[in-house]
Design a protein around this ligand. Structure first.
Ligand SMILES: [Zn+2]
Ligand SMILES: [Zn+2]
Length: 246
């Protein structure tokens, strides 16, 4: 049997046929899936994370699906909720031109109501989100700037003192809190009864001695911070060791 000679005419014919067959994009993987009782080989795009493990009733039911992304937003008096949920999808064999190619599926709020977006619609929506995020942030800053300003007392000794304890001749400014169960460890700058400005690291929830540290010496604060940092490393190590137990 001799190999048939490839003429210019037959080569053109082959090229014409090839043009009608979707080319395997780079990164696609060949997957053997189960359709009814037959094994069918499909090209699965690199972004698809669907294992295609199910037995499909027909080829039309086969879709590619990427990982879901979403924002977590607070809700009134409840747990957080997902918003702006999105993933990539493609239904290559379902016969609908819009969804036969890769597209985005977007669920604005977590109510099952989806919209399909093509590439330019996805980019337009993301541009809108960037603009919205900037306006949202600017609104938060407006709220921050609109907060009532503390009225510093005569001879206030702590910068940014909120004036809350002035009846007791005490200035204080809370720098931060580390929540601990029902309570918290606080860090604040304080001047009590006209005394020197001190930094206090304390918890209202520790019964006898409520101060972890109260000092005017920055070196003592740095030393305590180093202790906390070392303790945080220990917590990290516990996580690693716990992971190794499995
Ligand atoms: Zn796939
Ligand atoms: Zn004050």
């Amino acid at each position: 049997m001799s190999t048939p000679k490839l003429t210019a005419e037959s080569a053109n014919k082959v090229r014409g046929l090839l043009a009608g067959i979707p080319q395997q994009a780079s990164g696609d993987r060949r997957r053997t899936i189960s359709v009814r009782s037959s094994a069918v080989t499909i090209d699965c795009p690199a972004w698809c994370t669907d294992p295609h493990a199910e037995t499909y009733r027909s080829l039309e039911d086969v879709s590619h699906r990427g990982d879901q992304i979403f924002m977590t937003v607070p809700t009134y008096n409840g747990p957080t909720e997902k918003a702006l949920i999105a993933y990539i999808s493609q239904w290559p064999f379902a016969g609908d031109r819009a969804t036969a190619v890769p597209h985005m599926v977007v669920e604005t709020v977590n109510d099952g109501d989806c919209v399909e977006l093509n590439d330019s619609e996805g980019i337009a929506l993301s541009d809108q989100m960037v603009t919205h995020a900037a306006a949202f942030r600017s609104m938060a800053l407006t709220v921050s700037n609109a907060q009532p300003k503390p009225q510093p007392a005569e001879g206030c000794r702590v910068a940014r003192c909120d004036g809350y304890f002035h009846g007791e001749d005490t200035c204080s400014h809370v720098l931060g809190k580390l929540p601990m169960g029902e309570g918290a460890i606080d860090v604040e700058l304080v001047s009590e009864q006209g005394g020197p400005v001190q930094a206090a690291v304390f918890s209202m929830d520790v019964p006898c001695d409520d101060n972890l540290l109260k000092t005017s010496d920055p070196a003592e604060l740095t030393a305590l911070a180093a202790k906390f940092r070392a303790f945080a490393d220990t917590i990290d190590r516990a996580a690693v060791e716990l992971g190794g137990q499995a």
